[in-house]
Design a protein around this ligand. Structure first.
Ligand code: AMP
Ligand code: ZN
Length: 475
């Protein structure tokens, strides 16, 4: 076992010892969700994986010496479309705020039950527009970007090693981009930093002297937020493998060219994809599960699943491998975690997590190996080894797999079946009734929802004062 932390770096395609730029402030950025809909179980993978890394970094460098930024993408064309669909009567900007506020509130509740710690900062794109505009202007001034047809475009040919992260040459990228190239682009590989908005779309004053108000492209959002919260160069940048190209390639191109640096982040980490029972998740196949409905309804294997069980299942495969989300895997996770809970419930945790488990994590987050060590600890604890039981408890807590639950509490089979879509429809009807001051009707709907075994939680959006409602099953 080594005291060194080894991480696999997509940029160098190697596992290498990790050396922070400043051990007193280790900085990590992870691309967070685009909040137009509930996060699905695939989205949970980077959230859980990088939470484990966050915990490990805090363990190694000290809890106050790690800055973890995980953003919220709340400007996006999918958000605009969904907001118009969900809240057709509201003006667009209000509808968007309402949709994203609701989605973010539910997202927070969902991932908290997965044992995920809050990141140090959770920047939102809409709150960093000025930084995005400034980045665009810097890139134009330095000759890396140009204005055409009210867009700001990044000229990819001005960056000699563009494509290095994705391991693609400019020729390959040109071939890939040749379909439907916008006529205003100088080169097919150029990408959008800023685009003009139509009436009804969210819009801000544009950079580059463009008169038409517009909105940022996706990549510039992350460059601006990462730069603001972590500086021009930081330690680790993470996300799912699908983000390597074009999102991360473009993020790093923008940031490096704007700041004149050789790297944006030293280490780039990407989790593999999740599929369900051997198939790509898709709404039409019927194997698309939100984190929320897996925990609150019986969509998967005819039972709801405790968040800790979902986390355990997620960590049973190494993060860089694809993971097949099967009923068998989740069942096994539940059995193992219930057994562990039976052994550690009421036991006082040891001061530190098990060193072998920490050692396994130091090897590029080898969670399957960590889990097999947990099984070994459980075996000894079962034989009556009290020190090993204390060790097991501390280690489970460290990994976010345990929060004092009894074995019975990890089983949610007592829930009644509810239809999540129906719950959302009733929530919308109740809000509508309240807006019309029809409190009799809104109370009636609340009772109807309550009879389904569902508890509503109303929270006020601090910015707009609007009520945002989330729900969960009565426990
Ligand atoms: P999105 O909201 O689509 O931008 O995705 C948010 C995060 O979830 C990104 O880091 C994606 O790479 C990741 N992600 C999306 N789908 C999956 C999946 N099926 N398996 C693993 N990660 C995923
Ligand atoms: Zn990003």
């Amino acid at each position: 076992m080594s005291d060194t932390l080894y991480l696999y770096n997509t940029l160098t395609r190697q596992k290498a010892p990790f050396a922070p730029i400043d051990a007193a402030n280790v900085r990590m950025y992870v691309c967070g969700p685009t909040v137009y809909d509930l996060a699905h179980i695939g989205n949970a993978r980077p959230i859980i994986v990088f939470d484990v890394l966050f915990r490990l970094l805090r363990h190694i460098y000290g809890a106050d010496h790690v800055t973890y930024a995980r953003n919220i993408t709340d400007v996006d064309d999918k958000i605009n479309a969904r907001a118009a669909e969900r809240f057709p009567k509201l003006p667009p900007v209000k509808a968007i705020r309402k949709l994203t506020e609701e989605t973010v509130t539910q997202f927070h509740a969902d991932i908290a039950s997965l044992g995920v710690l809050e990141p140090t900062v959770e920047p939102r794109a809409t709150e960093h527009i000025a930084e995005m505009v400034a980045l665009c202007d810097t890139l134009i001034a330095k000759g890396h970007a140009y204005v055409a047809a009210d867009h700001v475009l990044f000229d990819a040919t001005t960056m000699p090693d563009y494509g290095k992260l994705a391991n693609r040459t400019l020729d390959e990228m040109e071939a890939g981009a040749r379909v439907d190239v916008a006529p205003y682009k100088k080169n097919s590989t150029d990408f959008v930093l800023w685009k003009p908005s139509e009436p009804g779309q969210p819009a801000w004053p544009s950079p580059g002297g463009i008169i038409t108000a517009g909105r940022p492209g996706w990549h510039i959002e992350c460059s601006a937020m990462a730069g603001k919260h972590l500086g021009e160069v930081f330690d680790i940048h993470g996300g799912g493998i699908d983000l390597v190209f074009p999102h991360h390639e473009n993020e790093l191109a923008q940031s490096r060219c704007a700041h004149g640096t050789d790297v944006m982040a030293n280490v780039w980490m990407h989790n593999g994809f999740l599929q369900v029972e051997g198939e790509k998740m898709s709404k039409s196949v019927g194997n698309f599960f939100s984190i929320h409905e897996l925990q609150e309804t019986e969509v998967f294997g005819k039972q709801p699943w405790h968040g800790r069980v979902l986390r355990f299942a997620m960590l049973s495969t190494h993060y860089r491998q694809p993971i097949d989300w099967t009923l068998e895997r989740v069942m096994q996770a539940k059995n193992a975690l219930q057994e562990f809970a039976g052994l550690v419930h009421g036991v006082t945790a040891a001061t530190n997590p098990n060193p072998d488990v920490v050692g396994a994590l130091r090897d590029d987050l080898n969670t399957p190996s960590a889990i097999s060590i947990l099984h070994g600890l459980a075996k000894s604890a079962k034989r009556g080894d009290a020190a090993k039981a204390a060790d097991l408890r501390a280690t489970l807590e460290f990994l976010g797999l345990y929060g004092g639950e009894t074995a019975a509490e990890l089983s949610l089979q007592k829930f009644a079946q509810v239809d999540a879509k129906q719950v959302y429809a009733l929530i919308d009807q109740r809000l509508e009734a309240r807006k019309n001051k029809d409190f009799k009707e809104s109370d009636r709907i609340r009772d109807e929802i309550s009879a389904m075994g569902v508890v509503l939680k109303d929270a006020k959006d601090p910015k707009t004062g609007e009520i945002v409602t989330t729900w969960e099953m009565k426990r």
